[in-house]
Ligand binder design. Structure first.
Ligand code: NAD
Length: 331
């Protein structure tokens, strides 16, 4: 609809309105995006938003149950494709599982065969199999790692190679507060989600000279994965539409950052990072420190005051070496 005062277009979506579409709108015309697990929840919204802004989208979804079981169904992905095409957008469905290398290759191949390239990859597919750690079987552990961590690797590897060749790419990893901060009963999920941060940390370096930016989002939204744990009074603001704007920005040419982690939910956004304190050299720098000297230096070792965010391993190693030029602070 058109705003009567300004004459600008306003896109409405039920209860909440999207803000006005600015004149310098972020667009993806001519670009090709892959969104995994896009048959519902957050992925569906990312796919719709990208398509609305001009991207051609591969809507990937296996169509299984919440825990990853079941035969799989073409319906969810195809439904989202139909939604996109009904609004005049371009999209194609892919039903492959991200959980195998072959599936990942097929998903990227779908983009190449239909649209000739891939510019954007959102690794979003996910399942849950929660159990307290002692009850977690090796199968439960493996199934969750296969979809989240191996899944991201399986799709990102072939996509990364296309992006490197063309000198452009935007990749999103989906982590979770469960991985960043921990959550009882989600050892498999937390490990997989933090693994994705590690994957990003290295890909940001390998992609740097090829204009490939890799960022990570920890969403908070009511979806099939979380519907039973979200407070009912916040459900409207917990819609994926309140997460998607950050993801869209990070996928765009205008995104200036790589290697960052963001929380996003209910329209609130912040950055999370690994911060390392200055620490201390325990004991006499010339000899092997003792556990007692570590205990004695614990306050300095633990302090995050004047902490910093390293951009790569080499910076951290350099600081360890530099620490020996500082006076010993043992006490
Ligand atoms: P969702 O269940 O609605 O979406 C996940 C989709 O992934 C489903 O449509 C599912 O069919 C698909 N999928 C599962 N296994 C697949 C496979 N092997 N190959 C391809 N597709 C597969 O849940 P959601 O909440 O929208 O989750 C999206 C992502 O966000 C997940 O990675 C999830 O872990 C993460 N996340 C969500 C929240 C939240 O609050 N909703 C919080 C933290 C992280």
């Amino acid at each position: 609809v058109v705003n009567e005062k300004t004459g600008d277009t306003v896109i409405t979506n039920g209860i909440f309105e999207y803000g006005e579409v600015p004149k310098d709108q972020i667009r993806f015309d001519g670009q090709v995006a892959i969104v995994t697990g896009a048959g519902g929840g957050l992925g569906r919204t990312y796919a719709l938003d990208l398509a609305r802004r001009g991207a051609k989208v591969v809507v990937n979804d296996l169509g299984g149950a919440r825990d990853g079981t079941g035969q799989g169904s073409a319906t969810p992905a195809q439904k989202v494709v139909d939604e996109i095409t009904a609004k005049g957008g371009e999209a194609v469905a892919s039903y492959d599982s991200v959980a195998t290398a072959e599936g990942g290759q097929n998903i990227v191949q779908t983009a190449l065969e239909n649209y000739g390239t891939v510019d954007i990859l959102i690794n979003n597919a996910g399942i849950l199999q929660d159990k307290s750690f002692v009850k977690m079987t090796p199968d439960t552990w493996q199934a969750v790692l296969d979809v989240h961590l191996n899944g991201a690797c399986n799709v990102t590897r072939p996509a990364f190679s296309v992006m490197r060749e063309k000198g452009y790419g935007r990749i999103i990893m989906t982590t979770s507060a469960a991985g960043l901060y921990g959550n009882f009963g989600q050892a498999n999920y937390s490990a997989a989600k933090m693994g994705l941060v590690g994957l990003m940390n290295t890909l940001k370096l390998e992609g740097r000279n090829h204009n490939i930016f890799v960022n990570t989002v920890a969403p908070l939204a009511a979806s099939r994965l979380t519907e039973d744990v979200m407070p009912a009074e916040f459900l409207d603001k917990l819609r994926p539409e309140f997460v998607s704007p950050l993801v869209i920005f990070l996928c765009s040419e205008r995104c200036p950052v790589s290697g960052h982690i963001y929380n996003a939910g209910m329209g609130s956004f912040n950055r999370a990072a690994v911060i390392t304190g200055p620490g201390a050299v325990a004991g006499d720098p010339e000899s092997i420190p003792t556990a007692e000297q570590v205990k004695g230096t614990l306050n300095q070792i633990q302090s995050l005051k004047d902490g910093k965010e390293y951009r790569e391993l080499n910076e951290q190693v350099a600081d360890v070496i530099n620490a020996f030029s500082r006076p010993a602070r043992d006490n």
